[in-house]
Design a binder for this molecule. Structure first.
Ligand SMILES: NC(=O)c1ccc[n+]([C@@H]2O[C@H](COP(=O)([O-])OP(=O)(O)OC[C@H]3O[C@@H](n4cnc5c(N)ncnc54)[C@H](OP(=O)(O)O)[C@@H]3O)[C@@H](O)[C@H]2O)c1
Length: 292
């Protein structure tokens, strides 16, 4: 199988570059090799590489910056996936794409299912929702996996931010009114690769039959505050922490350019029932992630 992976240096893409090779030959691309703003080049590259499978782990993910660059976010999160989907249809390739809990407004008090109405509060969420639409219109063998609060132990994730803050401050104040499902990028890449491996013999037809939007995130949900406390408790170098007090705060104490949904936890039942796979509870996954 020939596989094109977009976004190989991101949290999820980095993990995919390590889990996809068991399925076939992976052409993993980064921004330097291919800027997704060049839609013509996206299609040209796909035409040249002739993949059976396209995995799009790339995205414009800076939620606050997107407020000032909505057109750029739209290009990367909506037009580029649309161009990928169009080529997927022409080439007979399956497309795996990721979307976000930020397509919802967070006013619901129960887990969001795929049938709940979308209403993004910010430019990032709007661009990701538009990406879903472009894909749905352009091809018929895709999975759009909406995920939430993705972290890795590399880069500037919430986990690494909390660990950094805990080494510089004696008190931390973290919002406890934002609730979601922390999702380890490695588990997300692995479960997707497993799903693909199970369908390897008949990938295109199989994805076409089960084509659609699915929620896929760490099981259970938590607040940013409770998540941060768990991160600090699991810190393997706890002795380096200077923090003594962690206090719950409210989102309106920390104004940000982009509004964020308060309760955006996802119900992943549809994915679990369809594919017979699911992500483990977020806290046990965090333990594994932090054990190194
Ligand atoms: N992070 C979260 O909390 C979260 C939550 C819900 C859903 N998601 C979704 O999950 C997926 C994976 O997210 P992630 O956290 O792994 O994202 P990430 O770490 O920000 O990685 C995104 C990747 O996309 C690449 N990219 C951005 N603009 C590009 C361009 N113009 N041309 C080429 N490549 C470009 C980036 O390249 P550079 O490395 O060069 O910047 C980066 O490698 C995305 O679809 C995201 O929307 C994420």
């Amino acid at each position: 199988m020939r596989i094109v992976l977009f976004g190989k240096n991101g949290q999820l893409g980095w993990e995919f570059e390590r889990s996809l090779p068991v399925l076939g030959q992976v052409f993993a691309l980064d921004r330097e090799q291919l800027d997704l703003c060049d839609l013509h080049k996206v299609q040209l590259t796909l035409r040249e590489l002739r993949p059976d499978l396209i995995v799009n782990a790339s995205a414009y993910t800076d939620v606050d910056r997107a407020e000032n660059e909505p057109e750029l976010a739209m290009k990367i999160n909506a037009l580029a996936p649309g161009a990928m989907a169009e080529m997927a249809r022409k080439l007979g390739a399956a497309l795996i794409h990721y979307s976000t809990d930020y397509v919802f407004d967070g006013t619901q008090s129960i887990l969001y299912t795929e049938n709940d109405p979308t209403h993004p509060l910010n430019a990032y969420g709007k661009s990701k929702l538009m990406g879903e639409e472009h894909i749905k219109q352009a091809c018929d063998a895709y999975l759009i996996l909406r995920t939430s609060w993705v972290y890795s132990l590399r880069g500037n994730s919430f986990v690494n931010k909390v660990l950094g803050w805990a080494r510089k401050n004696s008190t931390l104040r973290i919002v406890d009114d934002q609730v979601g499902n922390p999702t380890w990028a490695r588990m997300l890449a692995q479960i997707t690769s497993l799903l693909l491996a199970q369908r390897q013999a008949d990938l295109y037809e199989s994805i076409r039959e089960q084509c659609g939007i699915y929620h896929l995130a760490g099981s259970g949900y938590t607040s940013r505050y409770a998540w941060a406390k768990q991160i600090l408790a699991l810190d393997p170098r706890r002795a380096e922490q200077t923090v003594r007090v962690v206090e719950p705060g409210r989102s309106d104490e920390f104004p940000t350019p982009a509004a964020r949904p308060l309760f955006s936890a996802l119900d992943c039942t549809r994915f679990e029932k369809t594919f017979g796979l699911g992500l483990p509870p977020w806290h046990s996954t965090l333990e594994l992630a932090m054990a190194g």
